[in-house]
Every structure is written in C-alpha cells, then in structure tokens.
Design a protein around this ligand. Sequence first.
Ligand code: SAH
Ligand code: SF4
Length: 354
Amino acid sequence: MHHISDLNYQDLKQFLVNQLNLDKKNSSMRANQLWKFFYQKGYSDFKLFSNLPSKFKEELSKDLVISRPKIKNKQVSKDGTIKWLLELNDKNLVETVYIPSETHATLCISSQVGCTLNCKFCHTGIQPLVKNLSSNEIICQILIAKDELNDWKEQKKINNIVYMGMGEPFYNFENIKKSVEILKDENGLNFSNKKITVSTSGISPNIKKAADEIGTYLALSLHASNDEIRNTIMPINKKYNIQDIINNCNEYAKKNGEKIFIEYVLLKDINDSEKCAKELSKIMSRFPSKLNLIQFNPWPGVKYLPSTEEQTAKFIEIIKNNGHIVTLRKSRGKDILGACGQLKTESEREKRIV
Ligand code: SAH
Ligand code: SF4
C-alpha cells in the first residue's frame, strides 16, 4: 500500500505505470486528475473523484491510500491560534499549529515525533525521538488544517508554511524534501519558495545539501553568540559549531539569494547580555542574515526565564545600531502550549519486550 503524499508527481506517474500498467500518456493524464481533486479540491475519498472511471478507482484503491489521519484534539487560543493534535495511522501523536495575523496566516508543521536533540529550553527536546514523519504525514498536517479552515478556495487562507513544529527537519531530510516538492508543485499545493521556511538547529552538512535540493527560505536556530554558551543550551553545537554553521549558511545564501533568518530565543541571564548582542552582530555580518528574536515560552518544569522587557530593548538596540535587521516575534498560542518550543505529545517509543 502507498500513501498518496509519499509520492511526488513523478513518483505517482511511475506508480501508475508499475502498479496499474498504464502507458506513459495515460499515467500523466490520471496523475493530473488525481492531483487536481486531491490537492486542489481537497477530496480525500475516491467516491468524490467524479473525474475518474469507477473501474480505475476500484483498482487504484487496492494500492493507494488517500484518507487523512484523525484529529484527536483541537485547542483554540484566545489570540486565534489553533493547535491540532493528530493521531497518525500508527497511533503516534503529533501537533500542528495555525497562527493567523491581520495580513496573513502561517501553518507550523512538525517533521518528527519528538526530537533527538535535547535543546535545554525546548519542550519537544524532552520527548525522545519516536520517529521521522513520512512525507504523507507531513503533508496531511496541511491538508487537515485546510479542511478545518475550509481553505480550498483559490484565495488561500494559509499563506505560509513553516517547518518549525516538533522535530529537526534536517534529520528527516528525504521526507522533508519530498513534502516540499509537493508543496511547491503548482499542480500540488502550489506554495512558492518564498512561502515556505525550513528551520534547523544547525545540522551543517544538510544545510549545504538543502541549498541544492530543497531551496526554501532557511531559518537557523542559533540562540547563542558563542560556542561556550551554545554548547550548554544546544548540545548539537559540540558536533557542528558556530563557525561550521556559518560556512554552510554562506553557501546556502549564495545559492538561494535570500537572507537567512536567525532565530534567537532570549533567555534571562544566559544569552541576553550586551556582550552577547555585540557578538551576535559580528556573526550576522558574516553571512546574509536577519534576526528574529523570540520571547522565551515557558513550559512545565523548565528552568529558564524570559528576558526582561528592558534587556530585550537593549539587545535590539545594539543589533540595530550595528546595521542589522531585527524583529521581535511575539508569542502566539501560549495559553494552549502552542507557541514556539512548547509542543510535545505523549507518544513514547515502544518498549522492547525482552
Ligand atoms: N528543530 C528545528 C525546528 C523547530 S523550530 C529547530 O530547532 O530549528 C522551533 C523554534 O522554536 C526553534 O527556533 C527553537 O529553537 C525555538 N524554541 C524552542 N524552545 C523554545 C521556547 N521554549 N521558547 C521559544 N522558542 C523556542
Ligand atoms: Fe529539537 Fe528544535 Fe527543539 Fe532543539 S529546538 S529540541 S532541535 S525541536
């Protein structure tokens, strides 16, 4: 059995040739018809595919699944943010967050159940990695949000997709790549490069690879202005240090022609000093970048505190005075644990029976 969104357009055509013995011309026609009703109209039941003959649908449904995972829970924040808890076919749980603003709306999707990386300030980091999401499980998060919001008209409600939910996208590279292909395809979900952002904690070799193979906007979760601090809050820094990351970000920016977003969560008395702001300004001069400062979002049991307003203002001032672009990202959906770094589900790795 295949799931439809594990196949990009080329894969689907090949599948129709191999599995249903269609010739090349017919496989293109059928793939177009399938994609049109699935990605453009949002249908997830073969019964609704009035553009396909019944006999073909019958054959197809033996090998191809087009249904969506279940919504297990939905929470709506007082600021309009919506968080869905989805139950995948294998019963694992994953979260997806919709963040509307006055001018546009963003959907934040997850790439893994849990995360291997254990960044100290991140709630997902205390959930050990359960699994990589398949391309289908990634795309279904978007389809479900679109169903829920009745977003199947030409004028999109969800304008931006950010891979900033649970997990490290670059440790699930191939599935992220496939999902981005479906997102970008104009016969698929039809989002342009500039409407998609993939965020990484700095998996250096894959930053370079992504420049060639993924090519969306890139966000880098830096969160520290030197290796000493970064080693303590993001253990992955011991493997790929700041210098190494900068080199690869430079390659990415060269190839992609856009600035890289640096994500920096301000943690009181950890990374929010004036010295840090100066060091960060120097780092920013070394590759095309803009800074997204993030207010720290607490979660049960965490030991960090958000920076004070005064310290945040000082930090911003220094970055600006050094000629860099900086924005302060306000927390959204904090009351439903839907803000950056607050996502976590109850899924656990299956215990081995000895
Ligand atoms: N693993 C990827 C994708 C997750 S993106 C990455 O780390 O980039 C989620 C963003 O929220 C990251 O920038 C992450 O560092 C940040 N974040 C994590 N915990 C946070 C918290 N408690 N408050 C605010 N931001 C947080
Ligand atoms: Fe994983 Fe990103 Fe959270 Fe770090 S910040 S634990 S990489 S999800």
